[in-house]
Design a binder for this molecule. Sequence first.
Ligand code: PLP
Length: 381
Amino acid sequence: MNQAVPSKLPHIGTTIFTVMSALAAECGAINLSQGFPDFGTDEHLAALAYAYMKKGMNQYAPMPGIMPLRERIAAKTEALYGYSPHPETEITITSGATEALYAAIAAFVTQGDEVIVLEPCYDSYMPAIELNGGKVIGVPLIAPHFELNRVALAAAITPCTRAIIINSPHNPTGAIMSQADMLWLENLLSNTDIILISDEVYEHIIFAGTHESVLKYPRLAERSVVISSFGKTFHITGWKVGYAIAPAPLMREFRKVHQFLTFSTATPLQYAIAEYLQQPERYLEVSSFYKQKRDTFCQLMQATRFSLMPCKGTYFQLANYSAISSEPDTTFAIWLTKEIGVATVPVSVFYRLPKQEHFLRFCFAKTDETLERAVERLAKL
Ligand SMILES: Cc1ncc(COP(=O)(O)O)c(C=O)c1O
């Protein structure tokens, strides 16, 4: 071909997570950038996966996921949120939350539809909306505590609004939606056909109160696709097993996309997770595990000049560095990786139009030893 291939996403490059992880590896920096644990998963869970492989569970799973896993998710959802999705028609196992997000957006967003995202937001939302002909409408959360901007969200709704994407606990800020936010949202959306896509991948990593799942609110649940991921809950981000819950009419459309996106998700991994979920303490104890990590990290960071924001959920800690530098956050993050040897993610990349607020995101899903070594370096600043 003589001409450049026209890009469907001309302004998108390699994600910042890949860039920062590659830079960290190149510079031998401690990687607190990408959101994955540097410790292993439970050996019992790994053994289950191997056992199911040896048992011969190695062919395609059913398109919506294996029934035992869907049944366990239904039971967990009922126990935690008082909502009982039908395993047959209202739950689909996906190849991570990323696939579920894409399938939900592709199923419901058509040319010219507006989709509201609350910025800063996880990086897959906006490209998925654009690839499906939708228009991204960004509504910023209110810094520095990143609360929902109710006035701005209500004002952003138009007759073209097809969907709103929310995420609580929130990556990258660690903020959470309150019960009052959810009740307000329920009223805002009543008498509309707007679909709510609720990214709840950090549902089991919450430090302040309980998780306000959309599924606790019947008038929201009836219009929502709720998405979660076992990667975050069981320290298995590389397994890429997630799921979506939605009322049957929405799920029917969701599955039409899912079946051609991946068709189905790794069979032995689904069986392993299904068996593991038989013990609720496996997911119920995750919050206290990460709370300890968060507290250790925050305690260590007192020896630095970073100013930490409240972290109410997720395994990310937001830190303001204005006392150290006035450089833009991307410049500062690259400098920090190369010169100090600690990789982070600059928060401006989670916005459509980068903001300059001097925040970095640190991932504390790391061993205490990794966190100690990183903070030792940061304390020199
Ligand atoms: C808010 C949010 N949504 C979705 C995902 C993707 O989850 P998965 O790895 O299961 O695709 C992530 C991963 O970092 C995330 O932080």
